[in-house]
Design a binder for this molecule. Structure first.
Ligand code: THU
Ligand code: ZN
Length: 334
C-alpha cells in the first residue's frame, strides 16, 4: 500500500532515533504537552513564523477545540500563498501531533473542511488494554469534530494516505452522495465515490439522508435538578445520529481543568463503524489538548425506550483510561 507514506517515514525516523529524551522532544511530544515555538517549527517547518505563531496562539487557547475558523484558515492561506486544499494537507502534520496510538505507534492526522469553511483536526486514538474495535480512526475523529461543531455538511477531508475501507464506509455516512473530496499528498482531489464504488449507504436501510446536517431529537430529563454534566450529556444525546437503532445517546466528560467535553453517538448503516458517544467525547478532549488523567467524572444520557445501550462500552472504556472517574447513567424520555 503506497498510502501513509508520510506517517511511515515519520515512524522510521522515530525508530532510527530511538527513544532518547531528545528524540522524543523533537518528534513525539504532542503539542498539548509542549506548545513551544520550537515544537511548532518542527511540526510545520515550511510555514512562516507568522503562521506558526497564529496556530500556536490558537492551540494554546483555553477554549481550543480542534477547530480552525474560516478567517484563520483564510489568513493562513494568504500568509503561505496556498489555497485551502493545500493548507489542509499542510495541517495534517499538526493534527497528527494529537494522535494517541500506544498499540500501533502509527500516528495518523486528518483535517476536515466543513461547508462553513472552518477546518477540523482529528487524530487516531487507541485504548490501551482494550480490543482494537475501540480505536477511533483519524478520519472519524476529524469528522466527529465537525459534527460536534454543528457543521451543516463536510466538503473535504485531507489525509496523508488513502483512507482505509472502514473509514471510507464511515465517511460515506457523512456524505452519502459520495461528493466529499478526499485530499492526499501528491494527488489531485478525488471524490469519495471514486474510491468507494457501489457504496452500501444509508438508503439500504431506508434512510433518505446521512448524518449531516446535524439534527436535534426530542429528549428530556425527568425531574428538575439535573446536574450541569447531565445537561451537557442530554444536549449531546439530543444531537446524536442514531437512525438505525433509534437509540440516541450522549456523553459529557468533566475535566479537572473545568472544561466539559461532549460526544454525540454517530451510527453507520454498516453498524460496526459507528462511534460511541464516549469515543467522540474522548476525541474532543484530546484535540483540545487534554489527557485522560484529567477526567474527573462522566455522564451518559440514553433514551429510556432505547433498543440498545452504550452503558457497557462506556463503563469498559472509561475504566481502562480513567479508573477513578465515576460514571453516572441517566435516562431521558423521548
Ligand atoms: N488508522 C487511521 O486512523 N486511519 C486509517 O484510515 C488507517 C488506520 C489508524 C487506526 C489505528 O489506530 C492505526 O491507524 C493502525 O491501523
Ligand atoms: Zn480508517
Amino acid at each position: 500500500m503506497d498510502s501513509f507514506k508520510n506517517q511511515m517515514n515519520r515512524r522510521s525516523a522515530l525508530m532510527a532515533m530511538g527513544t532518547s529524551a531528545l528524540g522524543l522532544a523533537a518528534m513525539r511530544l504532542p503539542l498539548y504537552a509542549d506548545n513551544s515555538a520550537e515544537s511548532m517549527r518542527k511540526v510545520l517547518p515550511k510555514f512562516s513564523e507568522k503562521s506558526r505563531e497564529l496556530l500556536r496562539r490558537r492551540v494554546g487557547e483555553r477554549e481550543f477545540s480542534g477547530q480552525i475558523s474560516t478567517s484563520d484558515a483564510d489568513q493562513l492561506g494568504r500568509n503561505e500563498n496556498i489555497d485551502v486544499d493545500r493548507l489542509m494537507l499542510e495541517l495534517i502534520a499538526l493534527a497528527e501531533t494529537y494522535s494517541r496510538a500506544p498499540i500501533s505507534n502509527f500516528h495518523v492526522g486528518v483535517v476536515v473542511r466543513g461547508t462553513s469553511g472552518a477546518l477540523y483536526l482529528g487524530a487516531n486514538i487507541e485504548i490501551p488494554g482494550q480490543c482494537l474495535g475501540f480505536a477511533v480512526h483519524a478520519e472519524q475523529a476529524a469528522l466527529s469534530n465537525a459534527y460536534m461543531h454543528d457543521e451543516q455538511g463536510v466538503a473535504a477531508l485531507a489525509v496523508g494516505g488513502a483512507p482505509c475501507g472502514h473509514c471510507r464506509q464511515f465517511i460515506n455516512e457523512m456524505s452519502p452522495d459520495g461528493g466529499i473530496l478526499i485530499l492526499m499528498p501528491g494527488k489531485g482531489p478525488v471524490k469519495l465515490s471514486s474510491i468507494l464504488p457501489d457504496a452500501f449507504g444509508p438508503a439500504a436501510l431506508g434512510m433518505k439522508h446521512g448524518a449531516f446536517p446535524v439534527r436535534r431529537n426530542e429528549l428530556a430529563l425527568g425531574g428538575t435538578s439535573a446536574s450541569p454534566l447531565a445537561v451537557a450529556a442530554l444536549e449531546a444525546a439530543r444531537k446524536s445520529y442514531a437512525p438505525y437503532s433509534k437509540s440516541p445517546a450522549g456523553v459529557a466528560l468533566q475535566s479537572t481543568s473545568g472544561r466539559v467535553y461532549r460526544g454525540s453517538y454517530i451510527e453507520n448503516v454498516a453498524f460496526n463503524p459507528s462511534l460511541s458517544p464516549l469515543q467522540i467525547a474522548l476525541a474532543a478532549m484530546i484535540v483540545a489538548g487534554e489527557g485522560y488523567a484529567n477526567i474527573s467524572g462522566a455522564t451518559l444520557v440514553e433514551a429510556q425506550s432505547a433498543n440498545i445501550s452504550q452503558r457497557a462500552v462506556t463503563e469498559t472504556v472509561l475504566a481502562a483510561i480513567a479508573p477513578n472517574a465515576k460514571l453516572q447513567v441517566v435516562s431521558a424520555a423521548a
